[in-house]
Write a protein that binds this ligand. Structure first.
Ligand SMILES: [Zn+2]
Length: 249
């Protein structure tokens, strides 16, 4: 199967936007080369098919490629939306088998199912400002991966993230908002205050925390049942650009 064999395949230098775009094109090429079963009768990711697809039966890498293919459909305005109707709702009501778990930001402009052209029962999503891996989120994502069987664990940041910007400014904030900052400041320091780079660093940091802080997740990765990935959603274009996630397992 013409899929990338190396988990680090879609991993550009985070500081090199051209490299990120090249990597994304490579991923999309891989996705479009997948079996017809995955994306449509012709096998091309951007050709809609009414067929119901059980992504939970694909490999972790195939599931990751399916996410990027869904984002490509979203960006090119060729959505399938096959899982957003009442028949799908009824089909998954008794039991869920999502294929990807997410740690995303709470930002209203990043609706994860829409961004990846998925629907009911496809994604197990946790969202919190700054997409930080709190202990509660880790517990939820352990449930999504170990119990529900998600094959991808994806950390999704986004451009102009308010939580990252606030953590960089270090201004006084009311209530418990500042409780988020301690999780994000290592990324701000690594990026030397550059917000765009800090968003990338934060995605990477939270993904590493997920893998390192959770023996459950680390074991799933080690045994090839789960792939940890990450990316940055561009608020202006809708494109999700992959971020390199080091293997810490
Ligand atoms: Zn945000």
């Amino acid at each position: 199967m013409p899929l990338p064999a190396d988990p680090s395949f879609p991993v550009p230098s985070p500081s090199d936007s051209e490299s990120i775009l090249a990597s994304r094109r490579a991923w999309l090429a891989a996705a479009s080369a997948m079996p017809a079963l995955a994306f449509g009768a012709s096998g091309f990711a951007d050709e809609p098919s009414p067929a119901e697809i059980d992504l939970s039966k694909l490999s972790p890498k195939e599931c990751l490629a399916a996410l990027y293919a869904g984002n490509q459909r979203f960006v090119s305005n060729r959505l399938l939306e096959t899982h957003r109707r009442m028949d799908r709702l009824r089909a998954v009501a008794p039991r869920q088998t999502p294929f990807a778990a997410f740690l995303g930001c709470a930002d209203s402009r990043v609706p994860i199912e829409i961004v990846f052209d998925q629907g009911f029962g496809d994604l197990f999503v946790t969202r919190i400002a700054g997409n930080i891996a709190s202990s509660e989120n880790i517990g939820s994502l352990e449930f999504g991966t170990l119990v529900l069987g998600c094959k991808v664990l994806y950390v999704l940041g986004h451009t102009s993230c308010g939580a990252v910007i606030a953590a960089a400014k270090r201004d006084a904030v009311p209530g418990q908002i500042s409780g988020l900052f301690q999780h994000i400041r290592p990324a701000v320091r690594a990026a030397k205050g550059d917000v765009a780079q800090a968003v990338i660093e934060n995605v990477r940091n939270q993904a590493v925390i997920l893998a390192e802080a959770s023996p459950v997740i680390a074991e799933l990765v080690r045994t090839g049942k789960l792939v940890v990935a990450g990316g940055v959603y561009d608020l202006a274009t809708g494109v999700v650009n992959p971020v390199e996630i080091p293997d810490v397992t």
